[in-house]
Design a binder for this molecule. Sequence first.
Ligand code: SF4
Length: 689
Amino acid sequence: MKKITSVCPYCGAGCKLKLVVEKNKIVRAEAAEGVTNQNQLCLKGYYGWDFLNDTRLLTPRLTQPMIRYQKGGKLEPVSWDEAIRYTAERLSDIKAKYGPRAIMTTGSSRGTGNETNYVMQKFARGVLNTNNVDCCARVCHGPSVAGLQQTLGNGAMSNSISDIENSKCLLIFGYNCADSHPIVARRVIKAKQNGTRVIVCDPRKIETARIADRHLQINNGCNMALVNAFIYTLLEENLYNSDYVAQYTEGLDALRDTVSDYAPENVEDITGVTAKQIREAMRIYAAAPSATVMWGMGVTQFGQAVDVVKGLSTLALLTGNLGREHVGVGPVRGQNNVQGACDMGVIPNQFPGYQDVVDPQVREKFARAWGVDPALMDDQVGVRITEVPHLALEGKVKAYYIMGEDPLQTEADLGLVRKGFEALDFVVVQDIFMTKTAEAADVLLPATSWGEHGGVFTCADRGFQRFEKAIEPQGNVKRDWEIISLLATAMGYPMHYRDNQQIWDEMRELCPLFFGVTWEKMGDMGHVQWPCPTLDHPGTPWLYEGNRFDTPSGKGQLFAAKWRKPAEVPDADYPLVLCTVREVGHYSCRSMTGNCAALQTLADEPGFVQINPQDAERLGVTDRQLVWVSSRRGKVISRADVSERINQGAVYMTYQWWIGACNELTQDNLDPVSKTPETKYCAVKLEAI
Ligand code: SF4
């Protein structure tokens, strides 16, 4: 029996654990002493591994390369040589015929690790010569990255998960940490026990609302109006830190002007909460000696999400809650390595280390290091994954190489996404499971899973953590970066890496932000937070020390914007608002957690639709009754979960399930900056069956 150190693959909390292995089978997981989790795990950490042992899975593991030679034909098992030859030939043909930008690629925010994401973006940029590389950050915290880069300079949490409990006020906005990051929720409870004031802004009575000093049970779709009213209150009641604002920020006059119509009394109808509640919340926030703003996808999955992120960081700037311990802004990233995927440049506008693709000197640096002619490097920002269906239907994207993502389950408006896939000439899926997207592939490239390889993840607080291989994989599978390297080599760009560390060192040499994060330092410290620019640098637990921001002027940028209504509001035909949410026992498209016995027992039935008792009574629906939920885009079956925790006029569904898949209903109104879809708001109707 041996114990292997790993990092949980199920959320950005980055909990350390030990996988106990006997005869190449995992027998249990034990909590380990990680910086973020302090010897604790949630259910997914304890029980989220047994898909690695069991071959009798609900969703089959991919164990053999396969090719569908003809559209509409069957997937046939082939050798690795044939799979690589065929894929390289098809991608080369499409590149030659339609140009590099006709090919889209994805990295993965899941168990594959940072080194693979680095190699994938190198393949896209250096071999295919396109910036068309993206990841699921686009559909979750893309607005956090874009918004924070504009106001503060870095698109990440400014503080540390371990420091949350030391803050004297937590403003938790659109973030259900009890379901999304249970270990972070424990820190919130610990903070509360230590006397921290807790303010929750959320349309549902979520778990954290039960312990909150103030719960603003807001209407769905009001975020910008509420943030503007918060800013208005800070300015009008002189609650802001005028010395800090004068010294370290820019844009106060424009800010005053923008929020001048947003007195709390003016937005009661939009927000659904009273002016008194809004004013009291800001008085508590501003009076705290240290305060932290945390948010989740209740902020980012809206068509005006980037504006709201900038507004939330403005609250911190106005009150001087940045640049020191126990304060800050925290977009808590959802998937375990979504921060890392962005760090490694699987985003269409930046190379690894957040270096802009439109900067000729940056392009030249990467091209020279990779042995690529700089003239071949794409000089334009690439395509985002949410734009692919539209561009495929327009004939502009012809091929899609998808690694560890399941857009046919997790993206908004699945009917549109399916049409986009049907218009593509060539789809390659590299994954561990036969997901919905894998079923639509022309080529399947089976990869090793978390547990079967090692690497580095970045948790939500910018901390790099190494994880180790626990067991030998079953089946004819390869590591993700090996597969990409074989493809690159077959396409005429020899790519040969010895191991993960060699890839990591190549990445470090090109990224000043990460240069000091050596393999050994991660081994010694266990958790190294960027920026870490030199070999003797210990990492950075909180950003902006001395209140020097990484913006062009070095000052924090104050920001507000006029509130915009969501794109599709309820009407007589579709009178309810649908909002998508998470459930604690399952993760993302559920391919991993849905194949773990204990988690499957916890939630083993396709989805639910949460509805308020008054709405349920009006519709003649009782608790646990089967119902149809429909929007202008689709209709799904679900089961009613009648709950007092829900506002009247809104219903809530999780997106993990194939039956009752709520993304059949959602719509893809995109934020104009981040191109993130408004999956938190569309109009639906509900009918009893
Ligand atoms: Fe895993 Fe997140 Fe649970 Fe920690 S909180 S054990 S990282 S799912």
